[in-house]
Design a protein around this ligand. Structure first.
Ligand code: NAP
Length: 276
């Protein structure tokens, strides 16, 4: 079963980005290879990886073996915070391209705020952008104040942040709307927690949908948002892609937004910035 997703895009800075991506954190080896091959065959056209996921070689194999042409795939990868100084960044990114077996990535993100000066990192990323090796550049895990600083330094396209019904992202959303940026929602299923949520489950029963589908639909209904659910099983990959016919009512959207009082953040490592 292939689900038509090509037209399911969000337009940012005049560029169409497939709204539903396939997240690959914690998938390695054959699981990453098979997962990406299967996702592409199902209709996903947006793949999210990072140097630290340790799967760029596996994804590179899948990109080489799929029938889907490279130009139809939106490929995002990330620079690790410890590789953010200029020379390291250039060297590691060159290896990332080799591992992914591509000539360019669609989006290159700084994974987390780093110790290297932001101007240096973004300046180098912008060089890679100007060379056509990174079609667009952006940041990840940047709260609104840091995002505004980044915007002063380079042509930022996206901020990838944790976003799901338990974690409101009002200030970052505000900056994204104001500056025409992609809000790339990671852990959109709250790392699996939404699966058993009673409010999402009740809404889902009404529509013949799962709680995960309801949570994803709620995210994708918001402007400038793409979502990146990770799934290691074929069934979950199908389920997560099959959300475009689901229509939530305003009342249901309001009920889901009210879950944000839970304030649950799943990624908060010691190097995290001060959040909004
Ligand atoms: P997630 O997508 O929110 O949740 C993944 C979990 O949900 C897995 O346990 C998965 O199980 C389960 N799941 C998936 N589909 C389901 C369904 N339909 N029903 C029930 N359970 C389902 O979590 P995530 O991996 O943390 O985030 C997604 C992606 O965001 C990552 O893979 C990565 O690409 C990106 N990310 C980026 C950052 C960053 O710092 N920029 C941080 C975290 C994540 P199975 O695996 O068993 O299918």
């Amino acid at each position: 079963m292939a689900i038509e997703t090509r037209r399911r895009t969000v337009t940012v800075q005049g560029v169409e980005v497939p709204k539903l991506g396939y997240g690959t954190w914690l998938l390695q080896g054959e699981a990453a290879y098979e997962g990406v091959l299967d996702a592409l065959a199902l209709g996903y056209r947006h793949i999210d990886t990072a140097r630290t996921y340790g799967n760029e070689r596996d994804i590179g194999r899948a990109l080489a073996d799929t029938d889907v042409p490279r130009e139809e795939i939106w490929l995002t990868t990330k620079v690790w915070r410890e590789d953010a100084a200029s020379e390291d960044l250039r060297r590691v990114f060159a290896q990332q391209l080799r591992d992914l077996r591509v000539d360019y990535v669609d989006l290159l993100l700084l994974h987390w705020p780093a110790e290297a000066p932001l101007a240096e990192t973004l300046g180098t990323m912008n060089d890679l952008h100007e060379q056509g090796l990174a079609q667009r550049i952006g940041v990840s895990n940047f709260p609104s104040s840091l995002l505004l600083q980044a915007l002063e330094l380079a042509p930022i396209f996206a901020n990838q942040i944790e976003f799901h019904p338990y974690l409101p992202q009002g200030p970052v959303m505000h900056v994204c709307l104001e500056h025409d940026l992609l809000l790339d929602a990671y852990s959109p299923l709250a790392h699996g927690l939404v699966h058993t949520d009673p409010v999402l489950t009740t809404i889902g029963v009404r529509h013949g949908a799962s709680s995960a589908q309801v949570g994803l639909r709620w995210l994708l209904d918001q402007p400038h948002v793409a979502a990146l659910p990770k799934a290691s099983t074929h069934e979950h990959r199908i389920e997560n892609l099959d959300v475009f016919d689901l229509e939530l009512t305003d009342e249901e959207r309001g009920q889901i937004a009210s879950l944000s009082y839970i304030g649950r953040r799943t990624a908060d490592p010691p190097w995290a910035p001060v959040w909004d």
